[in-house]
Design a protein around this ligand. Structure first.
Ligand SMILES: NC(=O)c1ccc[n+]([C@@H]2O[C@H](COP(=O)([O-])OP(=O)(O)OC[C@H]3O[C@@H](n4cnc5c(N)ncnc54)[C@H](OP(=O)(O)O)[C@@H]3O)[C@@H](O)[C@H]2O)c1
Length: 318
């Protein structure tokens, strides 16, 4: 099968397409023929070994897992022994390392769910990473019903998800993004929007119960005055924000406002949660660009600009 592989950490150009051995599903595993995958910021971080300590998980001297990618949407090709939830022909989406490939094995109990009716494979592939991370982060501040949540960077992959998940959980959502994306943020359900290029939300006199910095471009120090009593500051970009763990600990003693340090995981529970939101009409994927698998280097360069809106999808099946 064709897959996108790399043998050393480095720039997008270390990626190449190679014919590799097809995986065979073991007990409890589902073999998925991938129709669409994506390039995420995490994929870029692992590939480039940024931050350096990510090598602790991916391999100190070089990548242990040669195939990149994590988001997938496709059709079940075969199932291993003991699998009951899925059968050949099912349309599924989820997360598994090595997803930029024609075939991938996913644990039945892992982050895998049936694709909601009406979604294309490309749309489904744009959902799992942002939605699961946003859900895991916001869980730290729940219950959200009736709270005021501000999502900073509400047009990225995690931001568009955070906005929609917070809204679905009953929050009043203020979304912050640039001038060109105000209409998008409104269309995703934001109650209020702030144009970050022309307005500083920390100076508008408003306070929030939760400030979710979904792109790692703000800081607890600057946002603290905009948190109400007991307010929570959620950070996503832990690797680069080296001080966040310290702040998370210190903020416990510095008053009633907290910084939290979510360590997101990818779970079936979160996949089922977002599937239900899509089915209820409360969540929709946002796709910036779609590339073919062969264009993975170009797609990766674009993701690394840090300027994408929503997700960048790779079409595996033309
Ligand atoms: N904790 C984890 O497990 C985890 C996992 C994955 C990713 N991450 C991190 O989470 C962050 C977000 O990931 P993502 O995939 O959502 O990113 P992304 O989709 O690449 O984010 C792009 C968005 O960031 C916004 N942006 C760019 N510069 C900005 C600035 N100076 N101020 C405010 N917004 C700005 C842009 O919005 P405008 O239109 O407003 O410019 C754009 O829509 C990344 O730093 C990533 O490394 C963390």
């Amino acid at each position: 099968m064709r897959a996108v592989v790399y043998d050393r950490y480095g720039p997008p150009e270390v990626l190449r397409i190679e014919d590799v051995e097809a995986p065979v599903p073991k007990e409890g595993e589902v073999l998925v023929r991938v129709h669409a995958s994506s390039v995420t910021r995490s994929d870029c971080g692992y590939r480039g070994a940024h931050p350096f300590f990510s090598r602790l998980f991916t391999g100190l001297r070089g990548p242990r897992q040669r195939i990149v990618g994590m988001e997938l949407a496709g059709e079940v090709e075969a199932v291993g022994g003991g699998v009951t939830e899925f059968e050949a022909g099912d349309r599924v989406f989820g997360l598994r390392s090595g997803a930029n490939a024609e075939l991938v094995c996913v644990r039945e109990q892992g982050a895998l769910a049936h694709i909601p009716a009406g979604l294309t494979f490309e749309e489904a592939a744009a959902i799992p990473d942002g939605a699961c991370i946003a859900r895991a982060c916001l869980r730290k501040a729940e219950p959200l019903e009736g709270t005021r949540v501000l999502v900073y960077g509400a047009t990225g992959s995690i931001g568009t998800a955070g906005l929609q998940v917070a809204k679905a959980l009953g929050a009043h959502v203020t979304a912050v993004g640039d001038t060109k994306r105000l209409e998008l943020m409104r269309s995703l359900g934001a109650d209020e929007v702030v144009d970050r290029l022309h307005e500083d939300f920390t100076r508008n006199g408003q306070t929030y119960d939760v400030i979710f910095d979904s792109v790692g471009k703000h800081s607890f120090r600057r946002a603290r005055g905009s948190l109400g009593p007991g307010g929570v500051f959620l950070e996503t970009d832990l690797g680069f924000m080296w001080h966040v763990p310290l702040l998370a600990l210190a903020s416990r003693w510095l008053g009633d406002k907290r910084v939290t340090l979510p360590i997101p995981g990818y779970t079936k529970e979160d996949m089922l949660f977002v599937k239900e939101l899509v089915e209820a009409g409360s969540y929709r994927p946002v796709i910036d660009r779609t590339y073919s698998l062969e264009q993975v280097v170009e797609a990766t360069r674009y993701v690394e600009t840090g300027e994408k809106t929503g997700s960048v999808v790779l079409k595996v099946v033309a």
